[in-house]
Design a protein around this ligand. Sequence first.
Ligand SMILES: Cc1ncc(COP(=O)(O)O)c(C=O)c1O
Length: 395
Amino acid sequence: MTQAPPKHGLQTRIVHPQDDLTPGFESFSVPVTRASTVVFPDLATMRALDWRNDAQWRYGLHATPTYIALTQRLAALEGGNHALLQPSGLSSISNVYFGFVKAGDDVLIPDNVYSPNRDHGEWLARDFGVSVRYYDPLIGAGIAALIQPNTKLIWLEAPGSVTMEVPDVPAITAAARARGVVTAIDNTWSAGLAFRPFEHGVDISVQALTKYQSGGADVLMGATITADRALHLKLKLARMHMGLGVSADDCSLVLRSLPTMQVRFQQHDRTALALAQWLKTRPEIAAVLHPALPDCPGHEFYRRDFSGAGGLFSVVFDERYSAAQIDTFCESLELFAIGWSWGGAASLVMPYDVASMRKASTWPHRGTLVRFYMGLEEEADLRADIARCLDALAR
Ligand SMILES: Cc1ncc(COP(=O)(O)O)c(C=O)c1O
């Protein structure tokens, strides 16, 4: 059934959602419905429940009204129809593996994928009889040659959240569809705002809600979002078998942050792009890997398929600087914390040894990669902080 086009734009619909989960009570917040036990009026009501029905709750692990409100808003935001919540972005990734892959099946993973996803795949390969192979993230339609009769799942990440290559998503998903292979994208970098996965042929979108959706650097949560009900139900069953649940309190924190996500994302985007352009002029930097800049591999796909970039990008230092010097650079920054998980208000920095992570593609750079997450501080202050530490490096 085709749905009528929505009357208002996405941001307006996120601020004024249409759900009505608690009739008779009106406020701008969704009530926090904590529950392990869910109480039924009688056995007939309990027996009539159907696990496939996303509007029902039968045990706090599976859904509460707060949970349902968040799933509905996330599905709408991403342009899908169904969402499930898991206790971390990584457990959402795990939910996809266990929903679609069994012993004897084959999985294709891009070489630049979020590394715990790679580790998860290798764990399945080592202990569960799954075949895992890596592909060059810029392979595009060439992925067709890698698909085998037992290939069941192709992962994408757009862009890879450390080395930033932007894949040709529609070329990869078209090849997968032609062979009946499910595709799943880690769409966390774009927050579901700047890249519309289902318009580009993707089957499942994963969001680490820990990042921009939380916005507070304090909540851990993930989501799997689909447009297709059959795929959703497979994921839902695997989620139930694995006993994955999230607290209503954490859902409530994410619901509180969601209406401001787009304006935060746009502000991160402005600061990050300005500083990426400035870093390109610095002699200490050999390459700036920001998808909106032409030097970034796959920039043409970014221009074609994306509407924004957020706060995360990487630079490669000139090879004359040792890894120890780059460590000193990172530690000397005053406004950039050393820590995982971007999406909060504060800026972050992290050095990476990329060459050791590659399997199916060659890493063309010799200098050390440093990833920046540009927070919501003043751009001029961030620039001055980086400039001070770059100057010290060059001395
Ligand atoms: C691209 C990407 N995907 C998934 C995750 C996993 O999220 P979580 O930390 O909630 O497990 C992260 C976290 O760093 C990430 O950067």
